[in-house]
Structures are given as C-alpha cells and as structure tokens.
Ligand binder design. Structure first.
Ligand code: DX5
Ligand code: ZN
Length: 214
C-alpha cells in the first residue's frame, strides 16, 4: 500500500481551513494530526478543540499522533474530537496492551509509535493488537528535521515481524520524509508516509503529494 498522510503541523494555523481544503482536493489519503503536550516532547502544538475544528473541514480520515504522556487518559476525548486512527507512543504507555484495546473498543484504528531509539523487537507481544505501527524517523517534537537513515533497517525489521505475526498491520514512517527518500521507504516496506515540511513548504503542494505517491 502507498498512502500519504500530510502533517498539519507544518500548515498555516491562521489559515487551517484553506490548507485542509487543499488536502481535500489533493491525492493524499489521510490527514496527520500531531498532538504535543510539552512534557513527552519539548514542544506544545494543540489539543482536542483544534482537532474538532480540523474534523469539521476534513473529508479524509484523521490520523492522530499523540505525543503526550499517559495517552490512555484521553482515548475517548480524541474519539469525540473525530480521530479515525489513534497512535500512541510505546515510551509513553505504562499499559500499552490496555491502551490499544481501549482505542479499538472506542471504535478507532489503533497504532503504536516507536521513537528512533526504541527497538522494533519490543513490539513482539503487542504487534497482534496493532492496526499500524508508526516508526519515527526523527526525534519527535518538531517539523522540518533531518531524516535518520537507520529508519530503513527498522522498516525492514518491522516488515519481517508483521509478516510473521500480523500481516495486515500497516507501517507508517514520520519525520524528514521527502520526494527523495519516499521511494526507498516504500521499497523497504512502508505503507504510509507522513510529510510536513516537504508538502507545506513546497512551491506546489498538490504536485509534491502526487510525487510522494509515485
Ligand atoms: C514530528 C511530528 C511529525 C512532523 C513531521 O514530531 O510527529 O509528524 O510534523 O514533519 P516533517 O515532515 O517536516 O519532518
Ligand atoms: Zn507525527
């Protein structure tokens, strides 16, 4: 599968509706929504009220990436705000199994996120529960960072784990993705690519989304 999920973190927050309409008209598949609490990551982005506003205008599924401590506390809030896919960090969940079940029970697709320093092997006992695993290819917190090359190895390792234990699980990659590394990421086994700066800072976002999908 080759899906593109542009990150609204790089959109113009003063013109969110305009930028969402651009994505509605584009070839992108999902909208990636980055929620940051200033504790799990150094940066603060936005919370449920803004997600609700995004949902009002979006005509594609919301892929909500929670970069917050103890995300299990907010599963129902993000369901109400309009999340379709909810991903939580392995490093932020004391009870990952419980949180993944809670996301599914709330009627969303669930995913686990791994920071660049967290090995794929730690998913051995939860991969069966995941609809998706998101591999961070930068240390989370900011858009526009440099892609970490070791991500290719992790995508390949994760592909093997999925083939063995959960072939329907999607692999998403987030951070520093652009039109140069996208083909190699898809070739390594990624299904969904998140792109913030590559889309929103480009001269022609619609064309860039088209190129990322090739
Ligand atoms: C980083 C966020 C990403 C970010 C990606 O912490 O999770 O989704 O917006 O931005 P780019 O594509 O610019 O690295
Ligand atoms: Zn993200």
């Amino acid at each position: 599968m080759k899906l593109i999920s542009p990150s609204l973190l790089s959109a113009d927050f003063g013109n969110l509706e305009r930028d969402i309409e651009m994505l509605n008209a584009s070839e992108c598949d999902w909208l990636h929504v980055d929620v940051m609490d200033g504790v799990f990551v150094p940066n603060i982005s936005f919370g449920q009220p803004v997600v609700k506003h995004i949902k009002k205008h979006a005509r594609k599924p919301l892929d909500v990436h929670l970069m917050i401590v103890d995300p299990g506390r907010y599963v129902n809030d993000f369901k109400e705000a309009g999340a379709d896919i909810l991903t939580v960090h392995y490093e932020a969940c004391t009870h990952l199994d419980r949180t993944l079940h809670a996301i599914k029970d709330a009627g969303m697709r669930c995913g686990t996120v791994l920071n660049p320093g967290t090995p794929v092997s730690l998913l051995e006992d939860t991969i069966q529960l995941c609809d998706m695993v998101l591999l961070m290819s930068v240390n989370p917190g900011f858009g526009g960072q440099k892609f970490i090359e070791n991500t290719y190895n992790k995508v390949k390792q994760l592909r093997q784990l999925c083939d063995r234990k959960n072939p329907r699980c999607l692999i998403e990659v987030d951070g520093g993705v652009n039109t140069s590394n996208a083909p190699m990421l898809f070739a390594a086994g990624a299904d969904v690519l998140v792109a913030g700066n590559a889309v929103f800072k480009s001269e022609n976002p619609l064309q860039t989304i088209h190129d990322l999908k090739q």
